[in-house]
Write a protein that binds this ligand. Structure first.
Ligand code: RIB
Length: 290
């Protein structure tokens, strides 16, 4: 039987990354030590991570008139790009500052990522098959509609509530199978709705404290892999993409969490985003070495 396909309904950004001595304070001007421009966006990063993990991934997204390079880059990284369309709105971009400890601060300009319309829902409605997976996050519009269509069609829906928005998250929650949050987002969701949802799987990543999986029938903790952080940008997206790929492969929650945690740990040791997400061979070698 063919492996389920992963549909990624997600953002595509041009990442402008600046290596800085510290994250600038309000009113402060500082000079960056390094600059790079590359493919990013939580959606694109998750697609690339899942593809690098070995899954078949179709990205549904929008670029602007000048964004063909991003579509080409995604294709070069192994993602099916036939459902990426061009809009009149410029491609999304992100301004990323990364400090000496690898910590980051990100400002996004959503651009085309928030111009999704019915055409972006069509592929899910007509081509996705029961058993496929949908991954999505909060950098587009229409996530709730996409999740609703997918769940109704028998897809497993994995949703990263990032960047956190109480309203967007509340709208998507009734239509998902698995909710993925970092610790801060989990606290924000708790504060907004009073409790974390039950009846679905909730995965909370906690950086150096590991990650927790809570489903109606199982609770498990996956310890973190200790690494020296260089750049945390895209680590959560790497976790999400690898977790989705492992679930598509039919791996157990323990094995899927271990694979996703290892991939995210390796990503943290590298500068950059989509291009710098580790390959499956690198993650397997890392796992074999620890
Ligand atoms: O999660 C990292 C991503 O957040 C970056 O690639 C940036 O584009 C923003 O979307």
């Amino acid at each position: 039987m063919p492996m389920p396909k992963i549909w990624s309904f997600g953002s595509i950004n041009a990442d402008h990354a600046y290596r800085v001595p510290h994250i600038p304070a309000p009113g402060e001007t500082i000079a960056a030590r390094e600059y790079s421009l590359g493919l990013g966006g939580k959606g694109a990063n998750q697609s690339v991570a899942a593809a690098k993990a070995g899954a078949t991934v179709a990205h549904v997204g929008l670029i602007g008139p000048e964004g063909l390079w991003a579509k080409e880059r995604l294709a070069a990284l192994g993602v099916d790009t036939q459902h990426i369309m061009q809009s009149a709105t410029p491609t999304g971009h992100a301004i990323i500052t990364v400090d000496e400890t690898g910590e980051n601060a990100i400002t996004i300009f959503p651009g085309a990522n928030r111009a999704f319309a019915d055409a972006q829902l069509k592929a899910l409605a007509t081509e996705a098959r029961p058993g496929d997976l949908l991954i999505l996050q909060n950098e587009t519009n229409l996530q709730a509609e996409a999740a609703r269509i997918a769940l109704k069609q028998g897809l497993t829906v994995l949703y990263s509530a990032a960047p956190f928005s109480a309203q967007a998250t509340s709208e998507v929650l009734p239509h998902i199978s698995l909710l993925l949050l970092n610790e801060i987002e989990a606290a924000q969701l708790n504060a907004a709705v009073g409790t974390l949802p039950s009846g679905i799987t909730v995965v909370v990543t906690k950086g150096s404290s590991g990650a927790d999986w809570t489903s109606p029938d199982q609770t498990l903790h996956c310890p973190a892999f200790p690494v020296k952080p260089v750049d945390t940008t895209g680590a959560g997206d790497t976790f999400a993409g690898y977790l989705a790929a492992a679930i598509a492969e039919g791996q157990s929650p323990e094995a899927a969490m271990r694979l996703a945690s290892a991939a995210a740990a390796l990503k943290v040791t590298r500068k950059g985003t989509a291009d710098d997400i580790p390959s499956r061979a690198e993650v397997d070698a890392f796992l074999a070495s620890v």
